[in-house]
Design a protein around this ligand. Structure first.
Ligand code: SAH
Length: 253
C-alpha cells in the first residue's frame, strides 16, 4: 500500500492576485499537482507553471474531487483550487465527502482547507459596509438545490430582516429566479431599501452599482454578479451602503 500524500483545498480570492493569501501561496508551492477549472489557473500562473496542472470544465466538479483524492492517495501533494473561498459554494465540502468515502479502509492523506477572500466580503467592501449586521447568503442556482427550498430560505431571510447576499443570481438558462427573489424581498422590505450590485469584483472590468429593491432588476445581472440587499436599517451614503452595527454615533457635546 502506498503512503498517503497531502491534499490542500484553497480559495484563490475574487480574481486579483493581490487577494491570494500567503497561506494559499504556500499550499500551491508545496503541491506537485494542481486541479481546478481552467479559468482559475490564470491568476496563479507564475506559481503553478512548473507543476502538473489538471483543468477540468465546469460541471465536472465531482471528477475534479475524485482525481484529487486519488492522486493524494497515491502519495502525491495535491492542491484543489476554487474561486473566492473554497468552503463557500466551492470544492471543500465535495473533496471532504469524496475523501470520507474513499478512506474507509485506507490511511487518510493529510488534508487542509485554506480560506480565501470570498465574493461575499470582497463585494461588500466595494459597496462600503452593507454586511455590518446579521446576514444570509443565498445562491439562486437551482441546479443542485430544489427551487422550493431556495424560496423558503429567501422568505425566511426576508422576514427575519437579514441583509441578503444573492450569489449565482442569473445565468443564460436561469433567468426568472432573480425576479422572483425581488418579489419575495419586496413583500417584507420597503421598496427604497438599498441594494448593491457588484460585477467582476477585483477584476479588470469591475462595476459597482447601488439601487433599491424596487429597481434591482434593471441593471445587468449575471453569473459574475453578487447582489447585496440591505436590511431595514441599511442606508446609502455617497453611493456607499451602510448597515449600522448599532453603536451610538451622536457627537458628545
Ligand atoms: N466560492 C466562491 C463563490 C462561488 S458561487 C466565493 O467564495 O467567492 C459563484 C458566485 O459568486 C457567482 O455567480 C457570483 O454571484 C459570485 N462571484 C464570484 N466571484 C465574483 C466576483 N469577482 N465579483 C462578483 N461576484 C462574484
Amino acid at each position: 500500500m502506498s503512503t498517503a500524500g497531502s491534499l490542500y483545498v484553497i480559495g484563490l480570492g475574487p480574481g486579483d492576485p493581490k487577494m491570494l493569501t500567503e497561506q494559499a501561496k504556500i499550499a500551491l508551492r508545496q503541491s506537485q499537482v494542481v486541479i481546478g477549472y481552467q479559468g482559475y489557473f490564470a491568476s496563479v500562473q507564475d506559481i503553478v507553471q512548473e507543476k502538473e496542472c489538471i483543468a477540468l470544465p465546469l460541471t465536472q466538479e465531482t471528477q475534479r474531487a475524485q482525481v484529487a483524492v486519488d492522486r493524494a492517495l497515491q502519495g502525491e501533494a495535491v492542491c484543489v483550487i476554487s474561486s473566492g473561498d473554497a468552503g463557500i459554494y466551492g470544492m471543500a465540502s465535495l473533496v471532504l465527502e469524496v475523501l470520507e468515502q474513499r478512506t474507509a479502509n485506507v490511511p487518510c492523506p493529510e488534508v487542509a482547507v485554506v480560506p480565501g477572500v470570498s465574493a461575499v466580503n470582497a463585494c461588500a467592501s466595494l459597496l462600503g459596509a452593507p454586511i455590518g449586521h446579521d446576514f444570509a447568503v443565498i445562491s439562486l442556482s437551482d441546479l443542485l438545490t430544489p427551487w422550493e427550498l431556495i424560496e423558503k430560505r429567501l422568505k425566511a431571510a426576508a422576514e427575519a430582516d437579514f441583509i441578503t447576499v444573492l450569489l449565482n443570481p442569473k445565468s443564460i438558462r436561469r433567468h426568472w429566479q432573480y425576479g422572483r427573489a425581488q418579489e419575495i424581498l419586496a413583500e417584507h422590505r420597503a421598496p427604497e431599501t438599498p441594494v448593491g450590485l457588484v460585477r467582476n469584483a477585483y477584476r479588470s472590468d469591475q462595476s459597482v452599482t447601488t439601487t433599491t429593491i424596487a429597481h434591482m432588476t434593471e441593471p445587468m445581472v449575471d453569473m459574475l454578479t453578487t447582489v447585496i440587499v440591505g436590511n431595514s436599517q441599511t442606508r446609502c451614503w455617497q453611493s456607499r451602503m451602510v448597515t449600522p452595527r448599532g453603536y451610538p454615533v451622536a457627537e458628545t457635546p
